[in-house]
Design a protein around this ligand. Structure first.
Ligand SMILES: Nc1ncnc2c1ncn2[C@@H]1O[C@H](COP(=O)(O)OP(=O)(O)OP(=O)(O)O)[C@@H](O)[C@H]1O
Length: 363
């Protein structure tokens, strides 16, 4: 469709205007693996306090964007600026994941990464301990400041497990929890590092309808009660349209649209991107568009969260997402990663942060 999206799609109430207080501002991010351009001059303008969703068909570059923002990948070009609550501005491009985490960004992964043999409480405590002042020597010697720090991390972990609804399961082994509970535990663990921005990579993947509703409420509470800005990758468009303040759309590594959920779901480039994604998606999108036209003709009010692209992404690409994830893990050999945009020591760094026990592909 060849749309000038910067001018067209960012216009309107949903755009991040120049005067906004941006907590995260990435500009012209370009990431290549060999001859493949995975991100092509992508801009991200995230306002403090908002829920910004990143959507797009499988392989569009969403996880690569997360990996670039959190230090697992280093884009060849562009800037990433983070502005903390107290006004400090830091460049994150090229920073290692544990540094990015310390600065104030925490993430969850598409493929859940927990210390599966440890309890829920231990998983969260490990992450909370990264925020403690006590060093390893005082901890080893059991000095008073270390004991105080341990107590604080214990309290923090309890509080967060209560916050995500896992207080009754804190002594259960992480690997034995249901899929939805494991996703909540991952979120609690990310929150334990006290982030200003939380990046959630497909948190609804594999969850059942009840868990999806709980997740929706949890994302809202993280945003409103904890004051954490949320960057959300999600294929479940009903969830996206219901929780996101703004949505940006990637396709083939380019940002093709950005705006409020209602602006984006009607954007021609977005519809076309999803129509091109798979015949299954196309059929669903076409069906929803036809349904909307019919209801407009009948002058019937449509429910707020019944988006055009939405339904297309919901079930159809939910499955496709998992397929895509496996495919891209296979298609994303470590050599390729290290050749140009080397994942920078993610394994040890993020494990040390409690952010990721076994970082491999950043998925
Ligand atoms: N480490 C890597 N090495 C080589 N190619 C990679 C690497 N990581 C990602 N890619 C490629 O980048 C492209 C975008 O992948 P990415 O996982 O970011 O897409 P996505 O939008 O998150 O997809 P999905 O919705 O399926 O998770 C794909 O073609 C993928 O194969």
């Amino acid at each position: 469709m060849g749309t000038d999206v910067k001018n067209e799609a960012t216009a309107g109430s949903g755009s991040a205007d120049a005067g906004a207080d941006l907590v995260l501002h990435a500009s012209d991010l370009t990431l290549r693996f060999g001859g493949l351009t995975v991100l092509d001059k992508v801009d991200v303008r995230m306002r403090r306090g908002e829920v910004l969703a990143v959507i797009g068909p499988n392989g569009a570059g969403k996880t690569s964007l997360f990996n670039s923002l959190t230090g697992a990948y280093t884009p060849q070009e562009g800037k990433i600026l983070f502005r903390s609550k107290d006004g400090d501005q830091k460049s994150l491009l090229g920073s290692k994941p544990h540094i990015v985490n310390r600065v104030g960004l925490a993430r969850t992964f598409q493929n859940i990464r927990l210390f599966s043999a440890l309890t829920a409480l231990e998983n969260v405590k490990i992450a909370a301990e990264t925020r403690l002042k006590a060093g390893p020597v005082s901890i080893m010697l059991g000095l008073p400041n270390a004991r105080k720090a341990e107590r604080q991390s214990d309290e923090r972990a309890h509080r967060l497990l209560r916050f995500v609804g896992l207080e009754s399961k804190l002594n259960e082994i992480a690997g034995s929890l249901s899929y939805g509970d494991q996703r909540s535990l991952e979120i609690a663990r990310a929150l334990a590092t006290d982030p200003q921005v939380l990046l959630l990579d497909e948190p609804a993947a594999g969850t059942n309808p009840t868990e999806k509703l709980e997740l929706e409420q949890l994302i809202r509470r993280i945003n409103t009660e904890l004051g954490v800005s949320v960057l959300l990758i999600e294929h479940d468009m009903r969830l996206v349209m219901s929780v996101a303040d703004r949505v940006m759309v990637l396709n083939f590594g380019k940002r093709i649209a950005e705006g409020s959920p209602s602006e984006v779901q009607q954007h021609p480039a977005v519809i076309e991107a999803y129509l091109g994604a798979s015949s299954e998606d196309a059929e669903v999108v076409q069906a929803v568009i036809a349904e909307q036209r019919a209801s407009e003709e009948n002058d019937v009010a449509r429910p707020a969260a019944a988006p055009a692209v939405a339904a297309g992404g919901a079930d159809a690409s939910g499955d496709a997402a998992s397929d895509g994830a496996e495919a891209s893990d296979e298609d994303a050999p470590e050599e390729a990663a290290s050749a140009e945009a080397a994942p920078s020591g993610a394994t040890t760094d993020q494990a040390a942060d409690g952010a990721s026990p076994d970082e491999e592909s950043g998925k």
